[in-house]
Design a protein around this ligand. Sequence first.
Ligand code: GP9
Length: 406
Amino acid sequence: HEEIQQWFRSAAKARAMGKGDDTFGAYEGSNIVVVQIEALMNFIIGKTVGEEEITPHFNSLMKDSMYFANYYHQTGQGRTSDADFSSNSSLHPLPTGSVFVRYPNHDYDTLPQILGMHGYETSAYHAYEGSFWNRNVMYKAMGYDHFYSKKHYVMDEALGWSLGDKSFFRQSLDFMSKGTEQPFYSFLITLTSHHPYQLPAAERKLNVGDFEGTIFGNYLQSVHYADEALGQLVEGLKQKGLWDHTVLYVYGDHDNSIKDKSAYEKFLGSSLSELDMHQIMNQVPMLIHLPDDRQAGVYKEPAGQLDMAPSLLHLLGIPTESYFMMGNNLFSSSDRFIALRSGAFTDGRVYYIPSADGIFDNGQCYSLDTRRLTSLEPCRRGNEEAKLRLSISDRVIQSNLIQHYR
Ligand code: GP9
């Protein structure tokens, strides 16, 4: 127990490094809107098919935002629920199953709960069955004041699994602007760009050329639709007068489950190494839009989903020292270390890909400078650290340790 608590203390110390800079508390009292987009991956950002941009709205938002070019999803088998859990609690998901389903009643330091204690009205929005991923139970436990699920929405745009993202955003914005006190924390989870990416002809607006009729082409159409919906959300926030006092945090939840390397090579027009492919499958886009467009630019340091809660708390001036969080503060000057659920990790200098048997010596250690394989030595310490972090997180979750440590 001492080792675990010590680990959390030093993580908190690293997060506080450089905290005195002018971003700590700079957005105190702002609304927070987080949008988690289904299967949105980083490799399509800024890219075109034919002459057309795939994500024109995300691309234009990037110009006024902080864009994290090396942001990793850290999900496991719990997929969308894992991205949600890791982002809001700053712990790793489990090696098997979903925390939402297996341990919803254990203690976590979650963003909605902390913000609730600081006077925020907190809501989760997702237009699907409330029982899916055990959300009805988990969102209560996470401290949300409200959970708007499928039954709260008018089904006026049937797409894919449920309500289309455009109507989902429009109706969610109505709930937010009419029935919610400011400041609020709103966590929105989209759904339309879900596997297998089938949209009706009227919503397939890209000319995907040779990808027509393939799942990869359908994926491009789906994220293009999700991007247009995101653009409408931003417009809606502006029209409702919320934009100037809202921090917007947008990210993708996980990969698209399409593993055919040749499709990516064809799309990107170059052959891909194992390192390239691993990063493609594990990087999701993330941007933070701050009121007054401050700090806009491209941030290349590695970052990941566990970093969301501590970073947003930093902007609001809420110290995280007393919380059991594992992620980085993206506004601190400390070194970054990102462990993925598979045991892969990066510190921005090396990138380690584990083998299926989990034996360190059978894995691959890459230099991110040369993007070539190196000896295993530069990855040895990071491998120990990644293993330690994952096992601390597992123990905290499974044995419900936070309630003892508080
Ligand atoms: C369903 C949605 C999809 O509510 O969140 O979850 P996924 O299948 O991507 O984990």
